[in-house]
Design a binder for this molecule. Structure first.
Ligand code: ATP
Length: 133
């Protein structure tokens, strides 16, 4: 069975180099499954998992954006950041998730407050206008 060589590279160095049956990546246009002899292409990646299929096993690599370059015998993934499951600090990811959720909640609250202030401003201006003063 033909295989395809996959390299996952970040600014910090190589994260993965191996031959696989199939690799799938998340491009900005959707999931892309790549088999050996795929037509050459370059596509931007979104945040997602790269799936490396070998027989019945699937390895995953977390990728935080970047580009995929496909050639018939090789796939190069140039990622902003990439981690193998064993390199992922779960506590750090949980803390990052909590921080981000908290910040999004604050932004939601700020938007509500800003809407409320805009309406208060409109009411006051309307009253001033109607008062003629
Ligand atoms: P954090 O807020 O925890 O730093 P982040 O999303 O801002 O997360 P990135 O800027 O994507 O982090 O990554 C910076 C570096 O830290 C990269 O080298 C990335 O591989 C590494 N990294 C980020 N989060 C983790 C994690 N949970 N486990 C292992 N490495 C991580």
């Amino acid at each position: 069975m033909p295989t395809i060589n996959v390299n996952v590279v970040t600014p910090d160095g190589k994260v993965y180099d191996g031959d696989v049956d199939m690799v799938s990546v998340r491009t900005v246009d959707g999931e892309l499954g790549i088999l050996p002899k795929h037509i050459p292409l370059v596509a931007p990646l979104t945040i997602g998992a790269v799936r490396l299929k070998n027989g019945s096993t699937v390895e995953k690599v977390a990728v935080s954006g970047g580009f995929v370059e496909v050639r018939p015998d090789q796939v190069t993934i140039l990622a902003e950041a990439a981690e193998l499951p064993s390199d992922i600090d779960v506590d750090r990811a949980k803390q990052a998730k909590e921080r981000a959720e908290k910040r999004l909640e604050e932004i939601k609250q700020e938007q509500t407050d800003s809407k409320r202030a805009q309406l208060a401003l409109k009411r006051a201006m309307n009253r001033l206008d109607v008062s003629g003063k």
